[in-house]
Design a protein around this ligand. Structure first.
Ligand code: ZN
Length: 265
C-alpha cells in the first residue's frame, strides 16, 4: 500500500490543494491526516470538505477540537485563540460535528500507529514531541508497543526520531528513510499549511513498503496571506498585548505545574 501522510493543514486551501495534486501525481493509494485541519487560515470549510473526501484515516488535532467546541482554547496563544473564535463563527455545523467525532490516536495496522500530539502521557493532542525528555519518553513508549513506526504531527517540523536498544537519534532535513530491523521510528511529515522549519513550502510524506519519502511542495503563499488578511486573521498583537500574553502563559504554566504536583500527592 502506498500512503500519503499529511498533518497540520490549518485551513490553508492553496497548500492542501498543491499537496493533493503532488500525492495524486505520485500515485498514492490512501491518505492519512494527522489532525489540525483547521485554525490559523481562512478556508476551514473547504479544507475539512477536502480532507473528508480525500483522506482515508483522519485524526483530531487540538485546533480541530477547539473549533468544534470540545476543547477550551484558553491555553492557546493569542493569534491561535483569535483564529479559533473566527473559525467557530464560519464553520459549517456538519463539519464541526465531524471534527468533534475524530479520534486523537489510531492504529493503522500491526506496524504503524498515528497520533496528533504525543503517545505519552496517554495518547494526546496537546503535548509537542520536541524536548529531549519528551522524545525519549515517546520512543520508550513506542518500544513497548508492537508497532515499529508512529506518525505524529503538532510540531509543524519534519523529523525522524529513532530508538534502537535504548540509543536515540534524530534526523532533520532528510529526503527519505528506510525502516530497518528492530529500530523504532517516530516520524513527523511536517505541516501542510503552516511549516515552522524555515522552509515556506508545504510539507508531507509518502510511505510505501518500509520506505518514507519527505516532500516539499510550492503553493501560492501570497493567495493564502491575502485570504487570511481579508478574514482579519493576520492580527499581530501590540507590545502591550505581547507582554500580557507572556505573563499569562507563565501563569498558566505555574497553574499546570501546581495541578500536576497536587495529582502526585
Ligand atoms: Zn498544528
Amino acid at each position: 500500500m502506498r500512503y500519503g501522510v499529511i498533518s497540520d493543514v490549518h485551513a490553508n486551501l492553496e497548500a492542501l490543494d498543491a499537496v493533493c495534486r503532488q500525492l495524486d501525481a505520485a500515485h498514492v493509494e490512501r491518505v492519512i491526516c494527522l489532525g489540525d485541519t483547521v485554525g490559523y487560515h481562512a478556508h476551514p470549510n473547504e479544507c475539512v470538505a477536502r480532507v473528508r473526501e480525500r483522506c482515508d484515516v483522519v485524526l483530531a488535532g487540538n485546533h480541530d477540537r477547539a473549533a468544534a467546541g470540545t476543547l477550551d482554547p484558553i491555553e492557546f496563544p493569542f493569534v491561535a485563540r483569535h483564529a479559533i473564535a473566527w473559525t467557530r463563527d464560519v464553520l459549517d455545523p456538519a463539519h464541526a460535528a465531524y471534527l468533534a467525532g475524530l479520534p486523537w490516536f489510531d492504529v493503522l495496522d500491526r506496524t504503524t500507529s498515528l497520533v496528533h500530539g504525543a503517545l505519552v502521557p496517554t495518547p494526546n493532542d496537546l503535548l509537542h514531541i520536541s524536548s529531549p525528555q519528551r522524545i525519549e519518553a515517546n520512543l520508550a513508549a513506542l518500544a513497548r508497543r508492537t508497532e515499529r513506526l508512529c506518525w505524529f504531527g503538532h510540531t509543524h517540523k519534519p523529523v525522524v526520531h529513532t530508538w534502537l536498544a535504548g540509543r536515540i537519534a534524530s534526523q532533520l532535513g532528510i529526503a527519505s528513510v528506510e525502516l530497518v530491523g528492530e529500530t523504532r521510528y517516530l516520524v513527523n511529515p511536517g505541516s501542510v499549511g503552516q511549516p515552522r522549519d524555515g522552509d515556506p513550502r508545504a510539507a508531507c510524506a509518502i510511505f510505501d513498503d518500509g520506505r518514507i519519502q519527505f516532500l516539499r511542495v510550492e503553493f501560492d503563499v501570497s493567495a493564502t496571506r491575502r485570504a487570511a488578511d481579508a478574514a482579519g486573521l493576520l492580527l499581530r498583537p501590540s507590545a502591550v498585548r505581547r507582554s500580557f500574553e507572556v505573563a499569562r502563559s507563565r501563569w498558566l504554566d505555574a497553574v499546570s505545574l501546581a495541578r500536576r504536583a497536587r495529582a502526585r500527592l
